[in-house]
Design a protein around this ligand. Structure first.
Ligand SMILES: NC(=O)c1ccc[n+]([C@@H]2O[C@H](COP(=O)([O-])OP(=O)(O)OC[C@H]3O[C@@H](n4cnc5c(N)ncnc54)[C@H](OP(=O)(O)O)[C@@H]3O)[C@@H](O)[C@H]2O)c1
Length: 271
């Protein structure tokens, strides 16, 4: 049986995405073949395509961080899963395909009756947001937080989960994202027309307890200035390296597996 998948064989813009048709993969021992129903499209997918995400695989590769799919075929040694069952996975790459084989331990059963496209949005973005709120920052009700890119995928997840946790929330966004941020319980700050550090001090008087920092580079230092004494910056992204889905530098991409990690390490050590 044939199937189709998308491959990236050169790092670069969206025109580097190609569809290939090939034999359907067969599950090895301990693996499950999953028919993909929905795959997420996120900024990390674009960064891998450009070769600038720390987790970028070697070429050629199939993008796709997260998926919802239906169990299609079981490899030897699988128990506790049945063909037809709906599952979620976070393979980091490979989800832009009709079929993908994954180890059973990477599959999480999905309750029946959920829309696949809605469910897949929970896998990468909400897990990231939850971990940062409750495992990295360990937020407490009543704390003040600043969320950068608050109208985006992870930003809007942080707002929704932050509201449930009882946080006072401020969110940077462009003017088109302002209503999304306020509808989700945050106070929008227009990063294109306002200095977010000054605005945070004007609004709070003393800064915030936590900044969720998705922009990267020197922006991390600016975020640190918005903290009140004892506050924390949780840095997790490199949005500034892309502009409209392409490398902001305009150069063609190459694989920088450790560069971004080194930048984070430098800031964490420095801060
Ligand atoms: N560490 C992890 O586990 C993990 C997981 C997921 C994502 N990430 C990282 O998180 C970041 C965000 O990902 P995402 O999927 O949420 O992206 P997204 O949906 O594209 O959202 C990014 C948002 O950032 C806004 N933005 C751009 N420049 C900004 C600036 N200078 N100040 C404030 N906001 C700005 C954009 O708004 P406008 O378009 O309106 O300007 C957009 O709403 C990425 O760097 C990604 O790699 C990390």
């Amino acid at each position: 049986m044939k199937h189709q998948r998308i491959i990236v064989s050169h790092y670069g813009g969206p025109d580097e995405l190609r569809v290939v048709e090939e034999e359907c993969p067969e599950p090895k021992d301990g693996e499950v073949r999953v028919r993909v129903l929905a795959a997420g499209v996120s900024l990390p997918d674009l960064m891998m395509r450009e070769g600038i995400h720390p987790e970028t695989p070697p070429l050629p590769f199939t993008p796709g961080w997260d998926l919802i799919g239906v169990v299609d075929r079981l490899g030897d040694g699988i128990s506790g899963l049945e063909p037809g069952q709906i599952v979620a996975a976070l393979p980091i790459s490979g989800a832009y395909a009709e079929f993908v084989c994954l180890p059973q331990r990477e599959l999480v059963p999905v309750p029946p009756g959920l829309d696949s496209a809605e469910a897949v949005s929970l896998v990468l973005n909400y897990v990231t947001a939850y971990q940062m709120l409750h495992r990295s920052a360990k937020v407490r009700s009543g704390q003040r937080v600043l969320i950068h890119g608050a109208a985006g995928g992870v930003g809007s997840a942080l707002l929704q989960l932050g509201r449930l946790a009882g946080l006072e929330m401020y969110g940077t966004c462009s003017s088109r994202g302002a209503s999304t941020v306020s509808d989700l319980g945050g106070i929008p700050i227009d990063y294109q027309h306002q200095d977010f550090v000054k605005e945070i001090y004007r609004l709070t008087g003393e800064g915030v307890d936590v900044v969720f920092e998705s922009i990267g580079g020197t922006h991390i230092w600016r975020s640190r200035k918005a903290l009140r004494p004892g506050g924390t910056v949780v840095a997790y992204g490199l949005t500034s390296s892309l502009r409209e889905g392409r490398l902001a530098s305009g150069r063609s991409g190459s694989r920088h597996r450790f560069r971004a990690i080194a930048i984070f390490g430098l800031y964490i050590a420095g801060g």
